[in-house]
Design a protein around this ligand. Structure first.
Ligand code: SF4
Length: 342
């Protein structure tokens, strides 16, 4: 049994985290969604604040989407927050505010994939589903010596099957969390600390001395750089903002962004097409934001509007109104400039 020492180790060394120790599927769901693509230390503060404002499915379902996004501000990957809200509405309307109790019903909610459904069901309901994320993929591939590209569907399936075979039937949630902790603290990417590992006597990669080469992954494509012009357009003590319609950062508020053209002339032309005559005041600075697939290289300018003829698709807001809107971290530097201008 390669995992015989896992739960005794977990009982002694598990990480104490604010979202641990609960069997409330709602709280587990929120924490698991936050933990996707966000560091554990960052999630702790957000989780406590979010749960205080939206303590159950009903409160979340009845909230305004803009407020939910505001509570998500800074966590990034905002589609996660929009899906949380959508799923809460479904649970409110179709399940009478009670979190669904089967894997299939949980998995069918928006924004919930195999991993999240398995994490919720194993921790809240003790159902034996392995929650295969990056940590579990790494540990399982090392323990069982899986030496093929884990991005290939058949290899992925092999990892899942190993998880299903070896998951502890009595304590499936703890088994998943134990492997997450092991992956986050000992069986690290790069060089694992095998000397401290409870699985070392049974671990194939450790015995074969090739743990740092596993899991095998084809190199990911690097993110594509995009030149982005950013205009902070002031008018009578207010500043121009737009709500994003594009899939990336949809629903969030940004300043005027012009993709693939970071010149003041380009921004001026764009403003004219929106019915705004504006004068360039100054080049405020530059900023960079790295998304998974793109890098925004931003040049930020201050314009003053001299004539505003029509207002479709944008608004001018005061400093207080700007502070209340959900803005993505990508425009953090521009926002700082904007606050100084207002
Ligand atoms: S022995 Fe090393 S490689 Fe194997 S699971 Fe433990 S830390 Fe990971």
């Amino acid at each position: 049994m390669p995992y015989a020492q896992l739960l005794p180790w977990y009982d002694e060394f598990k990480r104490v985290l604010p979202f641990r120790g609960t069997r409330d599927p709602y709280a587990i769901w929120i924490s698991e969604i936050m933990l996707q693509q966000t560091r554990t230390e960052t999630v702790s503060g957000y989780f406590t604040r979010f749960l205080r404002r939206f303590p159950d499915v009903r409160e979340l379902a009845l909230a305004d989407e803009q407020e939910v996004l505001k509570y998500w501000e800074g966590l990034g990957y905002y589609s996660r927050a929009r899906n949380l809200h959508k799923a809460a509405k479904i649970i409110h309307e179709e399940y009478d505010d009670r979190f669904p109790r089967t894997y299939e019903a949980v998995r069918a909610l928006p924004g919930i994939g195999d991993y999240t459904a398995a994490a919720i069901c194993s921790i809240a309901y003790r159902l034996p589903y392995p929650a295969i994320d990056g940590n579990l993929t790494r540990v399982i591939s090392r323990v069982h010596g899986v030496r093929e590209d884990v991005g290939i569907p058949s290899v992925k399936r092999q990892i899942e099957e190993l998880g299903r075979e070896y998951i502890d039937r009595e304590r499936p949630g703890d088994w998943n969390q134990a492997l997450m902790d092991l992956g986050a603290t000992i069986c690290l990417p790069g060089t694992p600390d095998c000397a401290r590992c409870p699985l070392k006597d049974k671990c194939d990669a450790h015995l074969e001395d090739d743990a740092e080469l596993l899991p095998v992954r084809a190199a990911a494509k690097p993110p594509k750089p995009v030149q982005m012009g950013v205009a902070l357009v002031t008018h009578n003590g207010k500043i121009l903002v737009q709500q994003r319609d594009a899939a990336l950062l949809k629903g969030l508020w940004v300043f005027l962004l012009l993709e693939n053209d970071d010149t003041p002339e380009g921004l001026e032309k764009k403003l004219r097409s929106m019915g705004i005559e504006a004068q360039l005041k100054t080049h405020l600075g530059e900023a960079r934001h790295i998304f998974t697939h793109r890098i925004w290289n931003m040049k930020i300018y201050h314009f003053e509007a001299t004539d505003v003829r029509k207002k479709p698709g944008y608004q001018f807001v005061t400093a207080d109104e700007l502070a209340a809107l959900p803005l993505p971290t990508a425009v953090k530097v521009a926002r700082k400039f904007a606050t100084e201008l207002l």
